[in-house]
Ligand binder design. Structure first.
Ligand code: 3PG
Length: 304
């Protein structure tokens, strides 16, 4: 049983050690490909393995074609938009994610980003507080619900929109559920994005939706850049000198955003799940899921 961990952005050392322990105690062999710089290295490494564990690394049809023995791909993380699910399914390869394992790290970053923007990007000048402001959570999954909990501790009023989550769940958490994205944006000083990038959501966060937000509003993106209509966002930032955008995923044309000064901030490299704890939780879960599937056929968390 050969298990490849291929991470262009490596896991913390403790996570790799934990993965190794799990694989070797099941009599498997761990193969590590970290910080690779060319996809040809991934093509070569994947050739003879039974399982592939990745982070945001793209598992394309070409990668799958090079993987002669592959039976399972696990995305150590939540979003699996980096996996070509059709290519996996056509080859009978199981694809999984590790839902919830890195959520706390992302939720903490979302709150930190709000504080950063409320305090003028830590530049001089009088800032504002989160207390008393309204936060709209767009998609109430693992990350969204943790952001809600933290925001309530800050004294924020929290609304959420998620057509896939029963409103009873939100109400039980003390969150007000709203009926549409339009209502969420219209009522929120901050909106925190937690939607996946799918055919339905790509470019769905557009000028018209954002323009309904109140004066001084701030959009926080720890989800995916693909859900943003970048041209519309740029136009909005130009038309509305009060509007702010902070993101953990740099836009396609970050240089175009420089004119907006401290109303725009992008982390230099995606860091939402970049904590030792999140690496350990997601990495170890991916290793356990790979081993359990290969040895016992357990396919909980399968996404294809
Ligand atoms: C996720 O979908 O889990 C996050 O975007 C984390 O991505 P990363 O593993 O590349 O940091």
């Amino acid at each position: 049983m050969k298990i490849l961990v291929a991470t262009e952005k490596p896991f913390a050392k403790a996570a790799v050690e934990g993965i190794r322990r799990i694989v070797e105690s099941a009599n498997g062999e761990l193969i590590l490909l970290e910080k690779y710089t060319d996809v040809s290295q991934l093509y070569a490494a994947v050739e003879h393995v039974d399982a592939l564990i990745v982070r945001s690394d793209k598992v394309t049809r070409e990668v799958i074609a090079h993987a002669k023995n592959l039976k399972i791909v696990v995305r150590a993380g939540a979003g699996f938009d980096n996996l070509d699910l059709n290519a996996c399914t056509e080859r009978g390869i199981v694809a999984m994610n590790t839902p919830g394992q890195n959520s706390n790290a992302v939720a903490e970053l979302a709150i930190g980003m709000m504080v950063f923007m409320a305090r003028n990007s830590f530049q001089s000048g009088t800032g504002t507080e989160l207390k008393g402001k309204t936060l709209g959570i767009h998609a109430y999954g693992h990350v969204g619900s943790l952001v809600g909990k933290l925001a309530k501790a800050f004294g924020m009023e929290v609304l959420a929109f998620d057509p896939f989550v029963p409103e009873e769940k939100m109400h039980a958490d003390g969150i007000l559920s709203v009926k549409s994205a339009a209502e969420l944006y219209n009522r929120s000083n901050y909106v925190s994005l937690h939607i996946p990038a799918t055919e339905q959501t790509k470019k769905s966060i557009n000028y018209d939706l954002l323009n309904t937000m109140p004066i001084g509003a701030c959009l926080v993106n720890t989800a995916r850049k693909e859900v943003i209509d970048e041209e519309g966002l740029k136009r909005l930032l130009a038309d509305r000198p009060d509007f702010k955008y902070i993101t953990d995923i740099a836009p396609d044309s970050p240089e175009d955003f420089k004119v907006f000064g401290t109303r725009f901030f992008a982390t230099p490299k995606k860091m939402g799940a970049e904590t030792a704890e999140a690496n350990i939780n997601a990495g170890l879960a991916a290793a356990v899921q790979s081993v359990e599937f290969l040895t016992q056929g357990i396919d909980r968390f399968r996404v294809n």
